[in-house]
Write a protein that binds this ligand. Structure first.
Ligand code: PLP
Length: 373
């Protein structure tokens, strides 16, 4: 074949674009301090790892929707922590939430081929837009107001009519803003558009209690949760989606046919994780302290990094709006990798995102290198 494929070509993966900065950061004694990808560094509870090792659930195929124990544990967590009643048959397991986020437009399009548009926050986790692209659908950003809320009034009625779904994400990655989930649910119902609420940072809500869209009813809404951040289990790949009975049933049936299954030992570990809140409280304290410490480090560099309403990212405007200059400075002088805001949409240009996912001593190392310890 001489001409090569003419169809979809995956764009560069955002974080691969930081590769060029790695040699300069790695040249520091002690190496790179990676604050770019939001990947947890702290240990999950010993009981969770024990359950992972000793479940004996590796022999047979696991249930695609999740075992009865898994669904009961997730349902109990939602009741205890989020204050909502979700019957175990109104939720199902996913293999972490990224696959669900990226796959959803495709599956919704199969369900309603007359629609072709994914609405998502203009500054956001890149997989909402990528999911649209992978489905051959239109990715239409929804502006985010200065208060961090999705500006639903700005959605073009023509786009609403074509919408497969509206994504909301609260607390938001990367901005840390909290959205108005009640308004999002009401907008979706008024326009007949499913509202998908990515709530994977809910345990790390600082400016409020943790909120779910399911507080405002289940009709037409689906909440998406993950154990990656909550329980430091990003490597195990396990999450849950819950809400509108018809939509959850449709997704669960489709995913069963397609072979989406959380491995049995991981489900067993997840049961132990959902049931324990103490480790989450410890993790909250760690992230809060790291956020405050690194905000002070940025402040000493002359960069105003406000505390987020939730999540474990600092979202800071770069001096003179030059995000890449700040990213380069932190890499060269501090040996730290952070992300330029453009990774999260054009409206994010001019900001940098710092994920405080390194141990305290690594953050102190960056402060010393930068001369602001
Ligand atoms: C907003 C948001 N949603 C979903 C995910 C996916 O997490 P996971 O697939 O590990 O559940 C992430 C990960 O960074 C995220 O930031």
């Amino acid at each position: 074949m001489s001409s090569g494929p003419t169809g979809f070509v995956p764009p560069p993966y955002p974080y691969d674009r930081l590769d060029a900065l790695k040699p300069a950061a790695a040249a520091h004694e002690g190496g790179i301090v990676d604050l770019s990808i939001g990947t947890p560094c702290d240990a999950p509870p010993a009981a969770v790892v024990e359950a992972l090792a000793r479940s004996a659930a590796e022999r047979g195929y696991p249930a695609s929707i999740g075992s009865a124990a898994y669904r009961a544990a997730a349902s109990e967590w939602m009741a205890g922590r989020l204050g909502v009643t979700v019957a175990p048959d109104q939720l199902a397991a996913c293999i972490g939430t990224k696959e669900l986020v990226a796959g959803m437009p495709h599956w919704l399009r199969l369900r309603d081929p007359s629609r072709d548009t994914v609405l998502y926050p203009a500054i956001s986790y890149p997989s909402y837009a990528m999911g649209a692209e992978l489905a051959g659908a239109r990715a239409v950003p929804v502006p985010v107001g200065p208060d961090g809320r999705s500006d639903l009034a700005a959605i073009d009625p023509a786009d609403a009519e074509r919408a497969l779904c509206l994504w909301v994400n609260s607390p938001a990655n990367p901005t840390g803003h909290l959205d108005d989930l009640e308004a999002a649910a009401a907008w979706g119902r008024a326009h007949g558009v499913p509202v998908l609420s990515d709530e994977c940072y809910v345990e790390f809500t600082w400016a409020d209690r943790g909120r779910t869209i399911l507080e405002h009813g289940h009709d037409g809404v689906v909440a998406v949760h993950s154990l990656s951040k909550r329980s430091n289990l990003a490597g195990a790949r396990v999450g849950v989606y819950a809400g509108d009975p018809d939509l959850v049933h449709y997704l669960a049936e489709l995913r069963k046919h397609a072979g989406f299954m959380v491995p049995g030992p991981v489900q067993a570990a997840a049961v132990a994780a959902w049931a324990d809140q103490a480790h989450v409280d410890e993790q909250r304290a760690r992230y809060l302290a790291r956020l405050e410490r690194f905000a002070a480090i940025m402040g000493a560099l002359g960069v105003d990094a406000p505390m987020p309403g939730g999540g474990f990212y600092l979202w800071a405007p770069a001096p003179d709006g030059d995000a890449w200059a700040l990213v380069r400075r932190l890499a060269t002088d501090g040996g730290a990798l952070v992300s330029p805001g453009e990774f999260y949409g054009p409206d994010g240009a001019g900001f940098v995102r710092v994920a405080v996912v390194q141990p305290d001593e690594r953050l102190e190392l960056v402060a010393r290198r930068l001369g602001v310890a």
